[in-house]
Design a protein around this ligand. Structure first.
Ligand code: ZN
Length: 282
């Protein structure tokens, strides 16, 4: 599933090709994409408008159109955007036509991807306020902010990182990589992390996401960039998807376990397992 670095890769490639252009047509061939709105309703709201800016919030791509009309796209599991796609592409769900003659195709075999319409800046703030926490690559993601988030959270560190309402954009890959870099076991409760551990985790989240962006994202199954190319971050994983391989730091075998319902990769030498708290002796 595309995470922040994969969506940011698409945004960076797409922004110079759509910003300042007029969206001439939007053809929705899969009503599930924009449900409960009809494809014709969402098309009527966005067509004829100029793309002011293409932004990103968490894993969402935000098309900012004239008059504060926002089209918000989430790729979910298998969504991809292709610029000037070849003729016969399977699983095409939505076609965007730009007034400059270029087109963009939203392709999504599993059909979980969504397009949502939001009208007005205030409505946009409300939309994201209920769904997303802080942007980890923004200056506001400080050690103090992360400490405040962790204070009341008894969930395992992995679940803490995956909760989009706390930190936006981190998914399964980057959570594993960040916890490894910070030498924190994914099962350690967030509210029992020490200040030095939280400081290390904040840096590790930033470094891991940035490394993903620098490699144009990770392609495990489906992710392709705008031109259909694979990302390369999967070749740089430290622990994620490396079960049984040697830890790059200490050489111990990387283990796979399930945490927060997700396949999770860990070096239990570098990331010591938390000890169970025993009741105090009387
Ligand atoms: Zn290790």
């Amino acid at each position: 599933m595309p995470e922040l670095p994969e969506v940011e890769t698409i945004r960076r490639q797409l922004a110079p090709r759509v910003q300042g252009r007029v969206l001439e047509a939007l053809e929705v061939s899969d009503p599930r994409w924009c449900w409960p709105l009809a494809g014709t309703e969402i098309a009527a709201a966005v067509t004829g408008r100029r793309v002011q800016r293409l932004g990103r919030r968490g894993k969402y791509l935000v098309w900012e159109l004239d008059d504060e009309v926002f089209l918000i796209i989430h790729l979910r599991m298998t969504g991809t955007l292709l610029y000037d796609p070849p003729e016969a592409v399977g699983h095409a769900r939505v076609r965007f036509t730009l007034a400059d003659g270029h087109s963009l195709l939203f392709v999504d075999p599993r059909r979980f991807g969504t397009g949502q319409l939001v009208l007005g800046g205030e409505a946009l703030d409300t939309f994201f306020a209920g769904r997303l926490g802080i942007e980890p690559l923004e200056p506001g993601f400080t050690p103090a902010h992360l400490r405040a988030l962790a204070r009341g959270c008894r969930s395992p560190a992995k679940a803490f990182l995956l909760d989009q309402r706390r930190i936006a954009g981190v998914g399964n890959i980057y959570a594993d990589e960040a916890l490894f870099r910070a030498r924190i076991h994914p099962l350690r409760p967030a509210n029992r992390l020490t200040s030095p551990q939280l400081d290390a985790l904040r840096d590790a989240v930033i470094v891991s996401l940035q490394a993903g962006i620098d490699a144009n994202g990770a392609t495990i199954d489906d992710f392709r960039d705008l031109d259909g190319a694979r990302g390369s971050f999967q070749n740089e994983f430290l622990v994620h998807r490396r079960e049984g391989e040697p830890c790059p730091v200490c050489g111990s075998a990387v283990r796979k376990m399930v945490v927060a319902g997700r396949g999770t990769y860990v070096c239990e030498t570098c990331q010591p397992r938390p000890r169970l708290r025993r009741p105090a002796a009387r």
